[in-house]
Design a protein around this ligand. Structure first.
Ligand SMILES: Nc1ncnc2c1ncn2[C@@H]1O[C@H](COP(=O)(O)OP(=O)(O)OP(=O)(O)O)[C@@H](O)[C@H]1O
Length: 733
């Protein structure tokens, strides 16, 4: 075995040295080719491709590839060793096998989809299905041109021809820094299917915590840009994520994959841009803080909860019919007369409005009709008998034209939204009552808030929809692809509106219903979103393996889900074992006795000292509410270095020690997590509380400690080997 390993290592080292020599000589030749600066188009294109290659090779020199796949197609005479890297590089002779194959190339899919066994494997190539045998799947770790590791995850000639998880487990065991990273060397089969799925489909992905949803979505964008180069461009893709700090956290992955310029935004920021309005900061919204503040504070959620109703397609239909009503009665009553003696019949104006300009959306239609009226006035003016009459008519005409225009409905989204809820004066020919589909409670609350000028996140999809119905999507280019992360917090209405701004329903929608802590506005079942699309335009995938946390943490978190939520969406761990989850009561005797402050504070301090003293790069203290996080941070700040409070306004994730409320930790991960206040006084018995605790626990990669006052919620269960109680015995005892 040792000998095999030595020879494999030697073989790869030789291959690496050859590859580096080849890369260097190509690079040198390209660098010595004079840069073309002339105006000849073909030469410019050639220069662009040379420049791209210079850049690719310079990047590739450090880490040319990460994998090797030995494959022999049924039609081929011998097996080939294919080296797979982040960037593909062809050899000088096009007929030669590429030096490095891009991980997104069709043949590279075998590296990910092959699951072992002796049977033939196949992949889809442009020329059709290619079948053959895989002989070897090998991971190589190269850092700064040095071969650090060689691991065979499959070898047809060995006794156990199954793909092993060993290399994956090694990768998962590493400590993480403060950024999400690419996973090209260890993409798993279930993830690969999503990454390579066809473009014009609304993909809906339910993935357990830590199943790689965010990571997969980013790799999928890189794949789409490669596979559909002529149809999509990075500038026309967008990622929606829950907050600006999260966007910062994921911001390194795409550049690592060689992809730039993809827009990243939160939904409110993007919506505000389209609507041309400025919104107040959403995150610290009073509702959220009120609900997250204490156990059991969450009201019962029904279809009449404002967030749920405003996110429903019922409101969408109400808006549609309201705008139709407005449109049919848009042309003011009576003929138009710019001055006495000149009359433009209403029937003519109606003809322009209802027939000639019918294809335009209402606001544009009004613009066209008014422009036509203006031209008519100018023609009429030419008939003026004298200069004095002309002057007088011009003045009168302008005033009456303005007055006539003012009689049209006000085609402005907020004004119409207010009118639909009857929070503003409605046109005379609208029914006096608000549409009966709007529940009374929603009506009352919305009217109150709109009158005070308060706009909430859930008001944005209706406003955008009104904007779209009035103006079309003129001025806003349609996206080639939209990614929605944490999609369980999105509403069907949001997706339906976004569908108006994307070509071919090209969506990647990812989320986890078990993490639906914003259920007062988000979806409760994926079908609410899937049913928006015709069957052939949508597909559903489930990711069930969790890659983030150790087995102990996953089993523990699964316990919370099944006992607290009754959910069947449990995570399957990768076999990576770590320390047991630790449950520590404030009363437990501490390794270092308290030095002032409450027992609780002293327990948090001890836990933090103990965990930050280990080799972990990121440690988080999670509280139930923002207020508690701020208070704890104030107590801890003087004692610990590199400690940060994360509140809703933070835009940059700095790593180190973080103190934050659980609901803001969604999507992030930390080497170690301390859940402060993991007791029933903070986490009540409701499913929602259990979900919140589940989110907190699943942020941990290697270590999870729960501190409590002795009263644990019913869903926190002491499992056999996966949990221990009390403080760890100090080293040396
Ligand atoms: N195939 C893989 N190989 C190595 N690491 C992986 C793989 N898939 C996921 N990971 C790692 O697992 C962790 C979780 O990934 P990610 O944050 O994308 O998951 P998620 O499903 O979005 O999680 P959550 O819903 O809990 O926020 C990351 O550290 C990621 O690098």
């Amino acid at each position: 075995m040792e000998d095999n390993f030595q020879s494999a290592y030697q073989e790869e080292e030789d291959r690496l040295n050859h590859a580096l020599i080849e890369i260097d000589s190509t690079l040198e030749r390209l660098r010595s080719t004079p840069v073309y600066t002339g105006h000849e188009y073909t030469e410019q294109v050639l220069e662009d491709s040379r420049e791209q290659k210079r850049k690719d090779l310079a990047k590739l020199r450090q880490e040319p590839y990460f994998g090797r796949l030995d494959f022999q197609g049924n039609d081929e005479e011998e097996r080939k060793a294919l080296y797979i890297g982040k960037i593909g590089v062809d050899r000088e002779q096009v007929s030669d096998r590429p030096l490095v194959i891009d991980w997104r190339a069709p043949v590279a899919s075998l590296f990910y989809s092959f699951t072992g066994g002796t049977e033939a494997a196949s992949y889809e190539a442009p020329e059709g299905l290619i079948e053959g045998l895989v002989y070897l799947k090998r991971n190589v770790v190269i850092r700064k041109q040095i071969l650090e590791r060689v691991a065979d995850t499959y070898n047809r000639d060995s006794d156990a021809p199954a793909v092993s998880d060993e290399f994956l487990v090694y990768r998962l065991g590493e400590n993480k820094d403060n950024r999400l990273r690419d996973i090209v060397s260890t993409i798993q089969e279930e993830q690969d299917k999503i990454i390579r799925a066809a473009k014009n489909t609304a993909l809906i992905i339910q993935g357990v915590a830590g199943s790689g949803k965010t990571t997969v979505a980013l790799h999928r964008l890189a794949f789409l840009l490669y596979q559909y180069k002529d149809q999509v461009s990075a500038e026309k893709m967008i990622i929606f994520a829950p907050n600006r700090m999260f966007l910062d956290y994921i911001s390194d992955v795409l550049p690592e994959l060689g992809v730039g310029n993809i827009a990243q935004s939160t939904f409110p920021d993007w919506a505000a841009g389209v609507l041309g309005v400025t919104l107040p900061e959403q995150d610290a919204s009073e509702t959220m803080n009120r609900w997250f503040e204490t156990a059991g504070a969450m009201p019962v959620i029904t279809e009449e909860t404002p967030g749920r109703f405003k996110g429903s397609t019922v409101l969408m239909s109400v808006i549609e019919s309201s705008i139709k009503l407005l449109e049919t009665s848009a042309v003011p009553e009576g003929d138009f007369s710019p001055w006495d003696g000149a009359v433009l019949r209403r029937s003519m104006i109606l003809r322009w409005h209802n027939e000639e300009y019918a294809p335009y959306p209402p606001a544009k239609r009004k613009e066209r009709v008014m422009a036509r009226i203006h031209r008519w006035i100018e023609m009429e003016l030419k008939k003026s008998p004298s200069a004095a009459a002309l002057k007088d008519r011009k003045k009168k005409g302008a005033a009456r034209e303005k007055a006539y225009s003012a009689k049209w409905p006000k085609y402005e989204p907020l004004a119409i939204y207010k009118q639909i809820f009857r929070a503003a004066k409605t046109p005379e020919d609208w029914p006096a009552e608000a549409p009966e589909e709007i529940p009374q409670a929603v009506l009352k609350e919305t009217v109150k808030e709109l009158k005070k000028g308060i706009l909430r996140e859930e008001d944005l999809p209706p406003l955008l929809y009104i904007h779209y119905l009035l103006n079309g999507n003129e001025g806003t280019e349609r996206f080639d692809h939209i990614v929605i992360d944490e999609a369980q917090d999105f509403s069907p209405f949001q997706i339906a509106v976004l569908d108006l701004y994307v070509k071919g329903h090209s969506f990647t929608i990812l989320g986890d219903l078990s993490q639906g802590i914003h259920a007062y506005k988000g979806v409760h079942e994926w079908n609410e979103m899937q049913s928006l699309f015709a069957g052939e335009y949508t597909a559903y995938h489930a990711l069930t393996r969790s890659y983030r946390s150790t087995m102990e943490i996953i089993e523990f978190a699964n316990g919370i889900l099944s006992a607290g939520v009754g959910s069947a969406l449990l995570a399957v761990p990768v076999f990576r074992s770590g320390n047991p989850v630790r449950l520590i009561s404030y009363e437990d005797a501490q390794p270092e006795p308290a030095t002032g402050g409450s027992q609780r504070l002293s327990a948090v301090r001890s836990a933090l000292s103990s965990l930050s003293g280990r080799e972990y790069r990121t440690v988080a203290v999670l509280t139930r509410s923002l207020r508690e996080a701020a208070e704890l941070y104030a107590e801890l700040a003087g004692q610990f270095e590199d400690i940060h409070l994360i509140d809703g306004s933070i835009t940059e994730y700095r790593g180190g020690l973080s103190v934050l409320p659980v609901y803001l930790s969604k999507g992030l991960e930390f080497d170690a997590v301390i859940l402060a206040d993991a007791d029933s006084a903070h986490y009540g018995g409701a499913a929602w509380d259990a979900k919140l605790m589940y989110v907190g626990c699943t942020r941990a990669l290697h270590e999870l400690w729960l501190l409590h006052d002795g009263g644990l919620p019913h869903y926190v269960q002491l499992l056999g080997d996966e949990t221990v109680s009390g403080w760890p015995v100090p080293e040396g005892n």
